[in-house]
Design a protein around this ligand. Structure first.
Ligand SMILES: O=C(O)CCC(=O)C(=O)O
Length: 296
């Protein structure tokens, strides 16, 4: 890990948000302004975090996943969509490229620093592919209401292996992670399949009133990634007719995250986990391995 971090570090400039802490180059620290921006806005871009080799390896892993989807895979676009929005979840145990990215790159260390946590634990991986011409938007939503976890020290990384212009990149409502939980609904049919109708505040129509919100977003080159809190409101458009937008997301848990078993099936599901982890228990389970060693 230290070697890999050092390799990554050698190609990172201050502009990317990283700074080197020791002369051996074995410790890497995010620039404190990046950690502050994450705490304030709930989303940041980190440039040049992954090497060309790491992105090439991940790309192969994504293509393997597309050829051999898991039982959790789903199509999130309508049948008449000219493109295709494909999602799959929780494949790190069967996909070597996913494991290498999660456990052998600097991502866990970055996640721990952004969460201001002693440790970073893997929650799950999530593949999101929009093929050329996909019309389907990703509607505005928060992620945590779909999940089975409580707590504030968390982060999701969104890493596209294709360059993504600002217009089709993920975008965020800055600061929304500090606000209330909002009603999760299915993307296609807008059903309340999780929290019962009326139990959470409804999501406002952000898209129709964009000027009322502080919407932030960034274009990404290969090797760049976005990091956002599980309560930050986010969305993205469809994609144009030529470019694929293959994104791999990894969700991390920090020190204060605990189990919140739900009476419904969460997305992704963790069936029967409540038999092994009680309500409010830390997520110490083989399904959620540590990605970083606990810090001081
Ligand atoms: O890739 C997308 O369009 C949506 C990503 C997203 O919602 C997520 O990673 O939580």
């Amino acid at each position: 890990m230290a070697t890999l971090v050092s390799q990554v570090e050698m190609r990172l400039s201050m502009k990317s948000g990283w700074e080197k802490m020791d002369s051996a180059g074995r410790q890497s620290r995010l620039d404190p302004t990046v950690v502050e921006a994450y705490a304030r806005d709930g989303a940041v871009r980190i440039c040049g975090l992954f090497t060309t080799e790491q992105i090439a390896d991940l790309t192969k892993g994504i293509e393997e996943n597309l050829r051999d989807p898991s039982p959790l895979a789903q199509v999130a676009s309508h049948p008449d969509d000219p493109g295709w929005f494909f999602e799959d979840f929780c494949n790190w145990q069967v996909n070597g490229a996913y494991r290498r990215l999660i456990f052998e790159s600097a991502v866990g260390e970055v996640a721990a620093q952004l969460m201001q946590s002693h440790e970073a634990r893997l929650y799950h991986d999530h593949l999101l592919v929009k093929e050329p011409g996909t019309r389907q938007r990703t509607p505005w939503h928060q992620d945590q209401p779909y999940y089975n976890v409580e707590g504030r020290q968390n982060v999701s990384m969104w890493l596209p292996v294709d360059p993504v212009p600002r217009e089709t990149s993920l975008e965020f409502v800055a600061g929304s992670h500090l606000g209330p939980w909002l009603m999760p609904r299915t993307f296609l049919s807008t059903e309340a399949r999780w929290f019962p109708e009326g139990s959470l505040v409804e999501l406002p129509d952000i898209e129709a009133n964009r000027d009322d919100y502080d919407i932030i977003g960034w274009a990404l080159e290969r090797g760049d990634a976005l990091f956002f809190n599980m309560l930050t409101l986010h969305a993205s458009s469809g994609v144009g007719g030529t470019g694929r937008r293959r994104a791999f997301s990894v969700r991390f848990l920090g020190d204060d995250m605990t189990h919140a078993p739900r009476p419904w099936t969460t997305s992704p599901p963790f069936p029967d986990l409540e038999n092994e982890l009680g309500v409010g228990a830390p997520m110490h389970h083989l399904l959620f391995p540590l990605v970083t060693a606990p810090g001081p």
